[in-house]
Design a protein around this ligand. Structure first.
Ligand SMILES: [Fe+2]
Length: 470
């Protein structure tokens, strides 16, 4: 990912340019020789659709940033310098239009203009520990500076191929408005062994150097499992950034996925739907990444179950309907639980509650009959880019595992109290540089008859927590 595209102000500057270009395209008669730029023709109706979406996004954005909330930098006395907002370095927007713009910018700057390059000299490329967010930036852009408030800013930078960017944004908006039809059917239920292993990571699809480190650590766990002849499954809890375009699945997800092509009969891969996967309508989620042989057991579906004699795991799609539960998933989950024995575990992208942000009301409401069976013991979710354990709440032990690949500040000291109902949060961070970047990680679930031994491992391979779910 390019540093500039991770900066909110840079993105908003480019949005102005795109808006201007689309205005021209929406009313072609206004275009003059002097204003015409190179690039593909954009259909006037596509331009108009994109313009309306952009205006709506801009209106929202002026009220409040759509970037990551709850990660205000630590106070100056802890840092010794004026704090910089997270939007300066790690702008992951929850607005679909801005996310599509980021996807478009990245695509054109990398593949067409070839302006992005690594800041790291080659001999340091293997020591990526130094890279908190990204080591890629625009070659021709002036270096970032800080304004009077200490914010990191990039000087105005004109993209030569703004017509290409605009055309891609218009395409993204068109796909967003015409979503991939929801395949309202579960994949064939999969029987797993009593000693199966599940490796779970959430919000990992950034392709950033530290997300790659997470994949390397996951791979070590898989290698160990292979040596012990364990049945193994790897689950992604969703979100490939910025907006689930095919090139993003290729370059940020499949390229680093810890299961290699050719291993699909030995290790099964699963991928849940996330809000970012749906920002371009889910077309590449269903039509591209789920078609990869490693994900074949999913049969192109976004909800599925795994079970053995003691446990029934139900993976839900909470993103096709953003923060909801599209189709007949609730009935399916209820039925599957009643037809099986043992305890239930849910897996999803979105949460129903949080110690730091709000839950998702639609999902909470729709999942009620499933929870009312009294069979759901635990729930693993992502979305919020943290690692948080919750006390039993609404009858379930929930674990948030959204700390797989999106850089956030660690805003709490190790001994700060946990806001209820949380009882643990992984709070280690990169202990160098000005910003305190929280460490990424994942979980390893080893089924052991009626119990599950769980280990929580960070990007450096350190096991920071373990527990038994029974
Ligand atoms: Fe998310």
């Amino acid at each position: 990912m390019i540093a500039q595209v991770l900066n909110r102000q840079f993105v908003l500057d480019q949005l102005e340019e795109v808006r201007r270009e689309l205005q021209e395209a929406a009313t072609p008669e206004r275009r003059t020789m002097a204003t015409a730029t190179e690039g593909p023709e954009i259909e006037p109706q596509d331009a108009a659709l994109a313009l309306a979406a952009i205006d709506e996004a801009l209106q929202q954005e002026t009220l409040a940033s759509s970037g990551q909330k709850g990660f205000e930098p630590p106070p100056p006395e802890r840092r010794g310098e004026e704090p910089a907002p997270i939007d300066d370095f790690s702008f992951f927007s929850r607005d679909a239009v801005l996310s599509n713009l980021q996807s478009a910018l990245e695509h054109v700057l990398t593949e067409k203009e070839k302006l992005a390059q690594s800041d790291l000299p080659d001999d340091r490329r293997s020591f990526q520990d130094d890279v908190a967010v990204t080591d890629v930036s625009l070659a021709d852009a002036p270096p970032p500076s800080r304004d009077l408030d200490g914010r990191r800013i990039f000087d105005k930078f004109s993209i030569f191929d703004i017509r290409w960017v605009s055309s891609l944004v218009a395409e993204g908006v068109r796909k967003l408005r015409g979503r991939f039809p929801f395949p309202d059917e579960a994949a064939t239920a999969v029987q797993i062994g009593d000693r199966a292993r599940l490796v779970v990571v959430g919000d990992w699809g950034s392709g950033l150097p530290r997300a790659q480190k997470v994949a390397n650590e996951m791979r070590k766990v898989l290698d160990e499992g292979i040596a012990h002849q364990r049945e193994q499954h790897v689950v992604h809890l969703g979100d490939v950034y910025y907006s689930g375009w095919e090139y993003e699945y290729r370059n940020r997800f499949l390229q680093y996925w810890p299961v290699r092509l050719g291993e699909e009969d030995r290790i099964t891969s699963w991928n849940l739907n996330g809000n970012h996967d749906m920002y371009s309508g889910g077309h590449a989620f269903y039509g591209y990444v789920l078609q990869d042989p490693r994900f074949k057991r999913q049969e192109g579906k976004s909800y599925f179950s795994l079970r053995n004699d003691h446990w029934t795991l139900l993976a839900l799609d909470t993103a096709w309907e953003d923060g909801g539960l599209q189709g007949h998933q609730a009935q399916w989950a209820q039925r599957t639980l009643t037809d099986s024995s043992g305890k239930g575990m849910l897996l999803s992208h979105h949460q129903i509650f949080s110690a730091y942000e709000s839950g998702n009301d639609v999902l909470s409401e729709k999942i009620k009959p499933v929870l009312a069976t009294g069979r759901v013991k635990s729930w693993l979710w992502g979305h919020e880019h943290r690692c948080v354990f919750y006390d039993p709440y609404q009858g379930i032990d929930a674990r948030c595992l959204g700390h797989g690949g999106v850089p956030v500040y660690m805003t709490h000291a190790e001994n700060d109290p946990y806001p209820a109902p949380a009882f643990y949060e992984y709070r280690d961070f990169i202990d160098k540089g000005l910003e305190r970047w929280a460490l990424f990680g994942f979980a390893v679930l080893d089924f052991d008859g009626p119990e599950i031994a769980v280990r929580y491992i960070d990007e450096n391979g350190k096991e920071h927590q373990r527990e038994r779910i029974a």
